[in-house]
Design a protein around this ligand. Structure first.
Ligand code: ATP
Ligand code: MG
Length: 970
């Protein structure tokens, strides 16, 4: 079956990723609906706030058009209690000039003749002069709305002054105008009574009325224009945070990497996210405008629909680009909310400046304005400001589509002509969208991914990048991190003859540039060093983490139609080798050819991705997608023809027994089911090389056997690389096994060869007949003991071995390899004498692979402990302690020289591995005198005191070569 490539593959991947984005949103319905419905919710809040503002300012005519103002005729002095925010007891008015009886008369008439109400004397205070009034007012705030000051110029002229509390006050939606409420009534009363007094006619009167101007609404308060930008920013923030979260989650969970390894084009990836977010943005902007119209905001009704919609759409689109760009810097999706919150605060603050007219004015430099406008909420806030100004009064008709390139009506940004038009802002928002989007792709390439891999900062200068051939080599470490110096790889010749032979074969083929047609993967000196990095912490402390050689020169061939099993303890470097082969991490040294394609070249890697299927050590799956959707998606990305995808998906599901759970979300799968899905994904698209990193971990024995069958069947026509910690699995499935430890291949060969070379030998199990009915128990026991002893003697005499395990029913022997030649005759004779020895069954087998594994791992630990020179303390049963190198077998104890043992004593140390694989002391043999063959290093004779003191100290033990103690019987 030919896989798709080029444009058809791009389009196929794009459609499938778009579908995946839809499914992820659909499965995350609550958040998606909240995201989509947020415009209506926020618009409703704006509507409520608008109504509250309208109610608050209802008694003021500033926001209303007044065409026919009402008339106020001879207003009376109102009771002081009617003044807003007054303190009791209060006074209707106070006056000065009480030393003059004329004024007392005038004031008493003012009180008596007040229209509609006589003012009681208790509500009026008098003072002798204006200074006293001021003093009283200062000491008694909010107790009186106004004061009258009388002075007599001459007998016919009385002058007066009016003093009022001139602060305009709003109280629960009612506006108190001090001019109309207090000043004019006081003035009118004083004038009237002075005139009557001077004329001498107490009934003298005139009609007096006040009227405000007819005027259009003079104050342009608009809820949308003032607090709208913050609300619209909140709506955009929903999308912003969710967008970042989706992108970062795919990166964090290595899903993007897994898709890339399946051959995903970056262009398909970005286009699919862009399209999806553009659709969400489009719906969100439409909902904002439509709900704004629904709530009857003039802003939305009077401005042209397209003008308003485009502003919202371009703003949200630009925010999308910004979110994409930021996501390149975020490693954990949990950080998205923090970044979103931070962005929101910054947005609110900078929008506040924009509303105050900054920086869209002549006084600000162009460069600063440009920088300011890079943050999408700022040009957007200016756009909202212009559009709200254009509809600020009932007479304004907003901005027409055809006038978007002209100054918006009522634009107050400066005196002569406007500063920016709506069209300019469209251009800015569109420009910032492209800028952020391009930067998002750039940073995505140069910021290290989940595996710490990135491209060079100038990767785009490589023409191969533009023709889709990968371009630059990937690197490790952060863009600015100081990568520690990489320690040189040691060139170690393998100790093992098989490993050496394999290495020589590969080296020869590499030297001759020969590619063996039967070889699927040729690993040529593959080395991987994880670089240490320089971390600059607080207080300028620099900490350099050491570089680590995880794989130290691997030379091996993986043959076609074979399963190569890579074994090794935790941290041996198996996954690292796989990561190098699959391009997840770049190699430090050497190379590998997969079906002739080099993993070091980016073109080679893109070809390799078409040939391999990988089951990673840890499941890389979307929790929200079902098993079927996973397989469908990966099959599409791989390039399977659309007509086959459905049937192949069903077949794969059936193969791993997931048909019944095909439509269940992977997040609800058990660990074993997830593993099976991962195995199915690795097999999809008929790859020529399948890499399975611990595929059966967590599976029950039945499922495991079933997966073994699948792997066994998959061998035909393919090469398989398998890592596992199950020796049974390795034994059953492998054609060849390689055991790695500490980054190096320690042994290679078939299971039988490894067992025969690295096992302790053969295991013989001798079972005895049980109690015979006719025998009494005492007789039976005696016979059994006699049989045991005879057999033991037989083994000792012929093979010189003692039983490893002894039970009444059986004896177990480990027979070393060097006795292999004797075994044939020995067992023949044993079989012939079965009756005589009371033997019921003889079982002979090789040691297990597990034992081989443990031996190799222990050997590797020993080597590394020796290389590192690590020491540990051996405490003898006699109480003395000595320091010995980890792994040392025979140790002389200094200071134990005595008359009985003039050369001192020594022990054999037994070692074992703890849970983490590290070597620790299991015990030691009995203490024996040092044989004369052992040469101890010369040391100064110990005085008795020094000797006693040193006994309490931990002294260094003396390591003795095994060849020197051949004759010692421990
Ligand atoms: N990204 C990394 N940075 C630094 N060191 C790493 C990195 N990845 C792996 N290592 C180290 O490399 C060594 C080999 O790791 P690797 O994952 O290859 O082991 P493994 O053989 O697959 O072990 P396991 O059986 O536990 O899966 C380990 O010591 C590990 O700590
Ligand atoms: Mg691993």
């Amino acid at each position: 079956m030919d896989l798709q490539s080029g444009l058809p593959l791009l389009s196929q991947q794009y459609t499938s990723l778009l579908k995946k984005n839809f499914l992820l949103s659909w499965r995350n319905r609550k958040a998606s609906f909240l995201q989509l419905l947020s415009p209506i919710f926020f618009m409703f809040l704006l509507f409520v706030i608008d109504k509250a503002f309208q109610a608050r300012y209802s008694s003021s005519t500033a926001n209303k058009s007044v065409t026919d103002p009402g008339t106020l005729i001879s207003p009376p002095i109102t009771p002081c209690e009617e003044k807003f925010f007054v303190k009791l007891p209060c006074y209707d008015f106070v006056w000065s000039g009480n030393g003059n009886p004329k004024f007392q008369t005038i004031v008493s008439r003012i009180m008596a003749n007040n229209p509609g109400r006589t003012i009681p004397p208790s509500k009026v205070l008098s003072f002798s002069n204006a200074a006293e009034v001021d003093d009283w007012l200062f000491k008694n705030p909010l107790r009186c709305p106004g004061a009258l000051h009388f002075t007599e110029k001459n007998a016919t002229v009385i002058s007066y002054g009016v003093q009022t509390n001139s602060t305009s006050i709003l109280n629960r939606g009612h506006y108190e105008d001090p001019t109309f409420a207090f000043q004019l009534p006081l003035q009118l009363a004083a004038e009237r009574e002075i005139a009557r007094y001077l004329i001498g006619d107490p009934s003298f009167s005139w009609s007096f009325s006040f009227k405000e101007f007819a005027h259009p609404a003079i104050e342009s308060f608009s809820v949308v224009g003032s607090i709208g930008p913050s609300f619209f920013l909140s709506i955009a923030m929903f999308n912003f945070v969710l967008q970042m979260d989706s992108l970062v989650a795919e990166k964090e969970n290595k899903l993007r990497q897994a898709m890339k390894m399946m051959g995903l084009y970056d262009s398909a990836y970005w286009l699919s996210w862009l399209t999806w977010e553009a659709v969400i943005t489009l719906i969100s902007s439409l909902l904002i405008v439509l709900s704004g119209m629904m709530f009857q905001f003039h802003f939305f009704l009077k401005n042209n629909f397209a003008v308003v919609f485009l502003l919202f759409f371009l703003f949200e689109l630009s925010m999308t680009g910004f979110a994409f760009m930021l996501s390149a810097f975020i490693r954990e999706s949990s950080s998205s909310n923090t970044i979103g919150f931070f962005g929101f605060i910054v947005g609110i603050l900078t929008q506040g400046f924009v509303q105050a007219g900054y920086p869209y004015e002549h006084d600000t430099s162009k460069a600063f304005r440009a920088i300011w406008s890079l943050f999408p909420p700022d040009p957007f806030a200016q756009g909202i400001h212009l559009l709200s100004q254009a509809t600020s009064t009932p007479e304004d008709n907003g901005v027409r589509w055809s006038k978007r390139g002209e100054c918006a009506p009522n634009d107050d940004t400066n005196d002569g002509g406007c500063f920016v038009t709506i069209n300019d802002l469209y251009m800015w928002l569109l420009g910032t969208f492209f800028l952020w989007f391009i930067l998002a792709i750039y940073f995505d390439n140069i910021i290290p991914n989940a595996s710490g891999v990135r491209k060079s900062v100038f990767y785009f200068l490589n023409p191969r990048y533009w023709i889709g051939k990968g371009g630059d080599k990937v690197r490790e470490g952060g863009v600015c991190s100081c990568v520690g110096s990489v320690p040189p790889q040691e060139n170690i010749t393998p100790d093992d003859e098989d490993v050496l032979e394999e290495e020589n074969i590969v080296k020869q083929q590499a030297a001759e540039c020969m590619v063996d047609p039967n070889v699927a993967v040729q690993i040529r000196g593959l080395a991987k060093t994880y670089p240490g990095a320089l971390n600059i912490g607080c207080c300028r402390k620099c900490k350099r983490t050491a570089a680590f050689n995880a794989v130290k020169g691997l030379w091996v061939n993986f043959a076609k139609d074979q399963l190569f099993c890579l074994l090794g303890p935790n941290g041996a470097g198996k996954t690292t080798v796989i990561n190098c082969l699959t391009g997840i991490t770049p190699v430090t040294g050497g190379d590998a050819l997969i079906y002739g394609h080099s993993i070091r070249s980016s073109t080679g890697m893109s070809n390799i991705q078409k040939l391999i299927g990988v089951c990673h050590q840890f499941d890389i799956l979307w929790d929200a997608l079902s098993g079927e959707e996973h397989l469908h998606l990966f099959a599409t990305i791989k390039g399977l023809p659309p007509s086959y995808i459905k049937s192949i998906t069903q077949k794969s599901l059936a193969e791993v027994r997931l048909t019944e759970s095909a439509k269940v979300r992977a997040g609800s799968y058990s660990g074993g089911m997830k593993r099976r899905l991962s195995v199915a994904i690795s097999l999809i698209g008929d790859p020529k090389l399948i890499i399975l990193d611990e595929p059966t971990t967590g599976m029950d024995p039945i499922t495991r056997r079933h997966v073994w069958d699948i792997i066994e069947n998959a061998k035909r026509g393919r090469a398989i690389v398998l890592t596992t910690h199950s020796m049974e699995e390795a034994d059953i499935l492998s054609d060849r096994i390689g055991i790695m430890a500490k980054g190096r291949l320690r042994c290679i060969g078939t299971s039988i060869r490894l067992k025969s070379r690295f096992g302790t030998g053969f295991i013989a199990n001798i079972s005895f007949h049980g109690n015979k009915l006719e025998q009494s128990p005492a007789n039976s026991d005696a016979t059994s003991t006699r049989n045991h002893e005879t057999v033991k003697q037989f083994f000792k005499n012929n093979l010189d071995v003692v039983p490893k395990e002894e039970k009444s029913a059986y004896l177990t022997y480990v027979i070393p390899h060097d006795r292999e030649g004797l075994l044939m005759n020995f067992f023949e004779e044993l079989q012939n004498r079965e009756e005589e020895f009371g033997i019921s069954d003889i079982h002979l087998g090789l040691t297990t692979l597990e034992e081989v594994f443990l031996n190799i791992a222990r050997q590797a630990e020993l080597e590394s402990a020796a290389a590192e020179g690590s020491l540990t303390t051996l405490t003898l049963t006699s109480g003395e302690s000595v320091k010995i190198p980890v792994g040392a077998r025979f140790v002389g104890i200094p200071g134990t020289e005595s008359a009985e043992n003039p050369r001192g004593i020594m022990v054999e140390v037994y070692w074992e591995q703890d849970d983490s694989g590290a070597l620790c002391i299991a015990g030691h043999s009995r203490q024996v005198p040092l044989p004369p063959t052992v040469e101890l290093p010369a040391r100064p004779p110990l005085t008795r005191r020094r000797s006693l003191r040193r006994r309490s100290e931990v002294v260094d033990g003396i390591v003795i070569e095994p060849s020197q103690v051949n004759t010692v019987n421990f």
